[in-house]
Design a protein around this ligand. Structure first.
Ligand SMILES: [Zn+2]
Length: 616
């Protein structure tokens, strides 16, 4: 756009009469979401997600240039952003670019959520040419809408934009030199009435989205209590379901669903779900008080892993004051008005997640909107000492519900760890050793271990064990196949994003299919070292009381560090600090075996539980 064009554009905009309605009012009347876009077709309804009002109307406020919004799963921010796009041709034209995390996500979203609605809302501005609507580019007579994946060269075909959205920002591919946020900033600079939006699930405190959030106004959504009118922020602490706990320490999940209330922190009234809709619709965003932010700041300085330069690259180092024109908004699913995400559902999720560190992390990321605040973790000798139980190495402390063996190959040496599980899912390390080859391994697997105070003896079960194929893959495959999967090949994936806890895959080997298990190395290490060893979270891990110092040392050989990537964003990483960690690796894979057995229904089968009972 030349300077002349830009001046003409400003004049054209200024002569356009300002509409008497807001973007949200317009959307409620105009945007019809069909069956492709939503399971419940109908007109868009802002009262279902009233917190998006400030997010949406900011696009029409010339004093606001940036909106940063960490979102929860049901925040509705993506649809709200699309409403701004739909509103623009008629009222506020200018090029739009939406950058999603990947090109495939972009191609999936566009035909479902943008093509039809854009055609319906912007009919006078369609060019009439079929070719003008592709999966990546929608050309209208007065503006273009581009939707691309991050990390592609094509992002940003135009030199300027009036609206840029960076969706799922924490999953963006970032280039080495400049963050995508800074790239976007350069494309809206000098464009009158332009706004940039950064939103998505906040994955890690100190990560890209959280850093941007800290540079803004940091507004939280407060709602009035219908009893005392105090303005409260809905959060985990307010959910009241503790009285629904049964004598045995468990919850009746059906009662939790219907019996959970929200306790007003001011007047202590127990609020029922039906109060939520009017409360949330009467809410407003309020910036976090400055003194609270200063306190957070000090904490962060002590932890020393947040680099304030990111959020205020243009604005100096002091981000206790928001960068001018930068608004940041936070919302969580405690405000959600969907029937399937009530306070009762949130309580169920919280109870469920209390049993599993991984579930807790997903809960925080998906539903709390705050980002996961993991810190560095160092495993101390006292942590490992606390894991010692009252049984001796080589002896089973009980008749095992499951008895497995995990093996690691290092050159000509093979190291193994045997683990037994009880019905609570607790893992007991039974025995370990270092062998010279596969034949010795067969003997070790055949060995019978006596059950404490009984005449029974058990060997490791056929099919319950993993053999790491990270080293000499072909030899490990041969071993596993030749012995009819007495052990299964396995491999840790370093890519944290790529897979869940563990999954089965296959690979062609010597003309046949070999099944193996790939596990998420980072998540499995989190589960073992942080939750089970350091924090002693149930189901526990146990060691024999006569565990030797060498074995213990190998359980202390890994440390979780927070490392800055090339852009300076914080990433979690497990690092080997000790001499050897092979036994630790074998113990870790015991959790994978339990996970796989649980996922395949074997555990419930052995416990005599059927699926329905489990749901209860
Ligand atoms: Zn109250």
């Amino acid at each position: 756009m030349t300077a002349e064009d830009r001046i003409a554009d400003v004049i054209a905009r200024n002569f356009r009469p300002k509409p008497k309605y807001s973007v949200c009012e317009w959307a409620d009347k105009t945007v019809y979401l069909d069956g492709k876009a939503t399971p419940k077709p109908g007109y868009y309804d802002t009262t279902k997600t009233p917190w998006v009002r400030r997010f949406v109307e900011a696009s029409q406020d010339p004093t606001i240039r940036e909106v940063i919004a960490p979102k929860s799963s049901r925040s509705g921010f993506t649809e709200a952003f699309l409403n701004i796009v739909r509103y623009m041709p008629e009222h506020h034209p200018g090029h739009v670019c939406l950058v999603m995390q990947s090109a495939s996500k972009a191609k999936e979203m566009v035909p479902k959520r943008l093509h039809n609605t854009l055609k319906a809302c912007c009919e006078p501005y369609l060019t009439g040419s079929r070719d003008d609507f592709t999966l990546q580019l929608m050309k209208l007579t007065n503006m273009d809408v581009t939707v691309v994946g991050s990390g592609t060269d094509t992002w940003g075909t135009e030199t300027w934009y009036r609206l840029i959205g960076l969706d799922e920002y924490d999953s963006h591919d970032q280039t080495e030199h400049e963050t995508n946020a800074d790239l976007a900033r350069s494309r809206i600079r000098d464009v009158p009435g332009a706004t940039m939006y950064i939103f998505g699930k906040c994955k890690l405190k100190g990560g890209p989205l959280h850093s941007e959030y800290l540079g803004g106004t940091q507004e939280h959504y407060l709602v009035p209590c219908p009893e005392c009118e105090a303005e409260i922020e809905l959060c985990e602490n307010g959910l009241d379901f503790g009285h629904l706990k049964k004598m045995d320490g468990n919850y009746n999940m059906a009662e939790v669903l219907t019996g959970t209330r929200y306790k007003c922190p001011a007047c202590e009234t127990l609020l029922t779900e039906d109060k939520k809709r009017p409360m949330v619709n009467a809410g407003r965003y309020v910036p976090v008080p400055k003194d609270m932010r200063e306190r957070d700041e000090r904490k962060k300085e002590q932890r020393q892993f947040f680099d304030p330069r990111h959020s205020t690259r243009e604005g100096g180092k002091d981000h206790r004051v928001a960068f001018p024109g930068r608004v940041s908004l936070r919302i969580s699913d405690f405000y959600c008005l969907h029937d399937d995400l009530t306070w009762g559902h949130m309580a169920q999720k919280i109870i469920e997640a209390s049993k599993s560190p991984q579930k807790r992390k997903s809960l925080v990321i998906d539903h709390f909107g705050t980002g996961w605040g993991e810190t560095a973790a160092e495993i101390q000798e006292t942590d490992v000492m606390r894991c010692r139980g009252k049984y001796l190495r080589g002896t089973l402390p009980f008749k095992p519900l499951m008895f497995s063996c995990q093996v690691d190959r290092q050159g000509d040496r093979v190291k193994y760890v045997k683990t037994a599980f009880n019905e609570k899912g607790e893992m007991f390390i039974i025995d370990w050793g270092e062998l010279l080859g596969d034949e010795d391994l067969d003997l070790a697997l055949d060995k019978l271990h006596p059950v404490k105070d009984s005449t029974e003896e058990y060997a490791v079960e056929h099919g319950f064990g993993l053999y790491d194929s990270g080293f000499e893959e072909a030899a490990v495959f041969d071993y596993c196949v030749d012995r009819d999967y007495r052990l299964h090949p396995s491999k840790g994936s370093k890519n944290v994003e790529s897979i869940a806890f563990a999954e089965q895959k296959y690979k062609t080997h010597r003309g046949g299919r070999v099944y193996w298990y790939i596990y998420n190395d980072h998540k499995v290490k989190d589960a073992l070292y942080v939750y089970k060893i350091r924090r002693r979270k149930a189901p526990l891990v146990w060691l024999p009381e006569n565990t030797d110092a060498d074995f213990m040392a190998e359980l202390m050989a890994e440390t979780k560090i927070l490392e800055k990537d090339k852009l300076g964003f914080v990433k979690e990483k497990w690092k080997k600090v000790g001499d050897k960690n092979d036994y630790g690796d074998c113990v870790k894979k015991g959790l994978v075996v339990w996970h796989l057995a649980e996922a395949s229904g074997i555990i419930n089968e052995r416990l005599g539980l059927d699926k329905e009972e489990e749901e209860d």
